[in-house]
Design a protein around this ligand. Structure first.
Ligand SMILES: Nc1ncnc2c1ncn2[C@@H]1O[C@H](COP(=O)(O)OP(=O)(O)O)[C@@H](O)[C@H]1O
Ligand SMILES: [Mg+2]
Length: 410
């Protein structure tokens, strides 16, 4: 065996080499195959990567689009609505402006914070976007002017009886509510001032607020109706709430005829809206029983068109006429407005006599205009001629013309 093994030795070496070669060749082939597979795999991976890149690009575009949409949604106007009713997982809302009611679903974490009368901002698809804080509500701030006016009674010319009456009905209940409690009578709740424009109704209301150190909440009936369409009733509610919060206070409703006119009962939607505001006003006034710390003063130039419901006892229990100034009152008013004015040879009593039919506002304008005339001619004091010209300009009449022609301007 060993012989044959050794005998086949040299051949075996050759054979061995051949075997190695063929083995190496096979290995080479395998490697080549493997390389091929790897190449294919690499191509596949590359294709996949490419696909991913494309997909990525698509997603990036989508992200971009969503960002834009989000920004647009944020920029989209939100609408105001008030919660009417809160259900288990829905709320009933009333949209301001058109007064339409609708139901919307609300996420559970929000629904706990909602209650009737909460104000919310909703978007186009009627989803609640945010809850509005009462103090955030800008409308009431636009609507009313809260102030402590600095007009004193002595800056009002004439109107002595009216001042006396308003002292009893508005000032006294605010400053000495105990007097009314002691005697056991309810102070009047509301006072209605009526009279021609410029006669001092606003002035009087401001003066009483000043003298009684009360917050003065000034709202205008025409703004309530024209500027805050659909929100009038809610605003009335807010204003009375504000008055209670800031008591002692006086709510002054200027131009109340805009809300409380008989002409508003014509059955149109506009008038239905005004009526709602008016009903809310009446409800708030009726809810004021035995409250000494909030008073209501209303003013109108048109008492003839006021709804009789407003004039019923318990609402405006005092109706005070603010008359056009008499000659004595005109004299006082002129002196009040000219108190800081330098003047030469001006007889205000004479001017008062010449200005029959002029309102307090006209007289103030005359004084200002006379001052302007003096300025124009570089004088440091106004004289009789400056006043003459001012009267003609403000009242728009020549001295010789009839009374009727200047009544139009007063
Ligand atoms: N009786 C008056 N005494 C002094 N000034 C007056 C009087 N009436 C009117 N005025 C002047 O005219 C301005 C406008 O009057 P206002 O009170 O607004 O009139 P009304 O509210 O009745 O239309 C007042 O700010 C005031 O300067
Ligand atoms: Mg006024």
């Amino acid at each position: 065996m060993s012989e044959s093994t050794t005998a086949s030795g040299p051949e075996t070496i050759q054979e061995t080499f051949l075997k190695r070669i063929s083995a190496l060749e096979i290995e080479n082939e395998n490697l080549a195959e493997e390389l091929e597979t790897t190449k294919v795999e690499r191509e596949e991976v590359r294709a996949k990567l490419f696909e991913s890149l494309i997909a990525n690009k698509k997603y990036l575009r989508e992200v971009e689009r969503l960002k834009k949409e989000n920004a647009m949604l944020r920029r989209m106007p939100l609408f105001l609505a008030t919660i009417v009713e809160v259900g288990e997982d829905y709320v009933l809302l009333r949209q301001h402006g058109n007064n339409q009611e609708f139901i919307t679903t609300v996420p559970l974490e929000l629904i706990d914070k909602l209650q009737p009368n909460t104000r919310v901002a909703i978007n186009n698809s009627l989803t609640i976007v945010r809850i509005l804080d009462r103090s955030l509500d800008a409308r009431a701030k636009i609507m009313v002017l809260i102030e402590a006016p600095d007009v004193a009674y002595d800056q009002i010319g004439g109107l002595d009886n009216q001042i006396q009456e308003i002292k009893e009905t508005v000032e006294l209940p605010l400053t000495k509510p105990e007097i009314f409690r002691e005697i056991g009578i309810e102070p009047p709740r509301g006072v209605l001032l009526f009279g021609l424009p410029g006669t001092g109704k606003t002035l009087l209301a401001k003066a009483v607020a000043h003298e009684s150190k009360a917050t003065f909440i000034h709202m205008s009936g025409s703004e309530l109706v024209h500027k805050f369409i659909g929100e009038g009733a809610q605003l009335v509610r807010d204003i009375f709430q504000m008055a209670r919060d800031k008591a002692p206070s006086i709510i002054f409703i200027d131009e109340i005829d805009a809300v409380g006119s008989i002409r508003t009962h014509d059955g149109t939607t506009g008038s239905a809206e005004v009526n709602r505001t008016m009903m809310q006003l009446l409800a708030e006034m009726d809810g004021f029983r035995s409250r000494g710390d909030v008073r209501i003063i209303a003013a109108t130039n048109r008492i003839d068109i006021l709804d009789p419901a407003l004039l019923r006892p318990g609402r405006f229990d005092r109706i005070i006429e603010i008359s056009m100034p008499t000659v004595e009152a005109r004299h006082k008013i002129l002196l009040i407005h000219a108190s800081n004015m330098k003047r030469l040879n001006v007889d205000f009593l004479e001017i008062a006599k010449q200005t029959e039919g002029a309102s307090g506002a006209d007289l103030k304008a005359i004084v200002v205009e006379a001052g302007m005339n003096a300025l124009r001619r570089n004088a440091n004091a106004a004289d009789a001629l400056d006043f003459d010209k001012a009267i003609k300009k403000v009242l728009g009449f020549d001295e010789e013309s009839s009374e009727d022609s200047f009544r139009m301007f007063s």
